[in-house]
Design a binder for this molecule. Structure first.
Ligand code: FAD
Ligand code: SF4
Length: 334
């Protein structure tokens, strides 16, 4: 583990000032905010993350879940995953989010993990976590050991010839289906980013995963009010029933009126380099009867551009079945 300086910030201004000051003093020093530490500390122990400055944000007043004026929800960056999953408004109005959170990691990890930390968790590609292996994401220009290596769990959508890593989060998939907005404050600017624009495709720069700039702090995430009368559901398929990342998962938010699908928002995890959504696939459902044939057509459209790697071709059919099953089950919810 490399040497680093640890500071504690007690308010948002102080956190951003500390990040900004560290960057000026150390000319572009790598800075990381420490939330639950369940990703960051692991990666620091593996020498994959080597920040010079670590700023503890656990004492910032960002741990509240509050209603918004338009009937939505404001979720603080340091709200723990367990608290969010069990919040009665989330369970009632956004069950897909509660279910996604509860399907992730373990109870102990969810007690530590935070909203922003979960958003920014890194890939579980085994080569990314091994400093001795070629990995363009960790060490740009070094190559990608996964393309001709162990890639069974990696992505089939949004890959490039530089990186095929999948986004491992469950929460992010639900936030994508719910059209969340990420609120960011940094030394340079303050901005609100729709989640559809937050994650970047790997392209030639797989080391850049999101629109976050150095020293940027996520302050909170907002959710719009759920579509009136909508039902929502999360399904996660994995190698074992608990404590395992998704091979394929689906988050569905749907409204069915008079036997016809009125609104449909869905995203998938485990298959994309970012939590994946496909507007064309969603459009195929509108105005149709909620039957298996309709759902299969949507799944075909969703996976149309899938590009399997040497070991993960099975994910194409697995993802289609996962999506069909989740859409069907969501449509049948009372
Ligand atoms: C054994 C194991 C199993 C797991 N299984 C699953 C699973 O099945 N599904 C799943 O979804 N996840 C899983 N996870 C991942 C887990 O959900 C994440 O580690 C956790 O959500 C990260 O949150 P954290 O608060 O601990 O983040 P940290 O480790 O504190 O931070 C992660 C990153 O986010 C940055 N950061 C944190 N907060 C902010 C902020 N406010 N602004 C800017 N940057 C910030 C940090 O600097 C760091 O780069 C697993 C993790 C482990 C260790
Ligand atoms: S898939 Fe991405 S994270 Fe994995 S080795 Fe290749 S470049 Fe690194």
């Amino acid at each position: 583990m490399h040497m680093f300086q640890l500071r504690r910030a007690d308010d948002v201004d102080a956190a951003i000032k500390a990040a900004s000051a560290a960057q000026t003093a150390q000319q572009g020093a790598d800075i990381r905010f420490l939330a639950g530490g369940t990703t960051l500390i692991d990666l620091m122990k593996l020498n994959v993350e080597t920040p010079q400055q670590v700023i503890d944000i656990n004492h910032l007043p960002l741990d509240k879940i509050e209603p918004t004026a338009d009937g939505g929800l404001k979720i603080g960056a340091t709200v723990r995953n367990a608290d969010l999953a069990h919040d009665e408004r989330v369970v009632r109005d956004y069950p897909v989010l509660s279910q996604a959170l509860l399907s992730g990691a373990s109870a102990q990890l969810r007690n530590m993990a935070t909203t922003a930390g979960n958003l920014l968790q890194r890939t579980r590609c085994v080569y990314f976590r091994d400093e001795h292996m070629a990995c363009n994401k960790r060490n740009p220009g070094s190559g990608c050991a996964a393309i001709n290596g162990f890639n069974r769990t990696l992505a089939i959508l949004g890959t490039s010839d530089q990186c095929i890593a999948s986004n491992p989060s469950d929460m992010n998939v639900a936030l994508m289906a719910l059209d969340a907005t990420i609120h960011i404050r940094g030394p340079q600017s303050e901005r609100d980013v729709p989640i559809a624009e937050f994650f970047l495709l790997p392209g030639n720069t797989p080391n850049k995963e999101t629109v976050m700039q150095p020293g940027d702090l996520i302050t909170h995430v907002t959710l719009p009010a759920p579509p009136k009368g909508s039902r929502s559901l999360y399904l996660k398929l994995r190698d074992r029933v608990s404590y395992e990342f998704a091979l394929a998962s689906a988050a569905v938010v749907m409204t069915v009126t008079n036997g016809k699908i009125e609104t449909a928002q869905f995203a998938m995890g485990g298959v994309g380099t970012r939590p994946w959504r496909n507007a064309d696939a969603e459009k195929t459902l509108i105005g149709k009867a909620p039957d298996k044939e309709t759902f299969r057509a949507a799944a075909e459209a969703f996976l149309k551009d899938a590009k399997p790697q040497s070991q993960n071709g099975f994910k194409v059919e697995l993802a289609k079945r996962c999506l069909v099953h989740t859409l069907d089950a969501a449509a049948k919810l009372a």
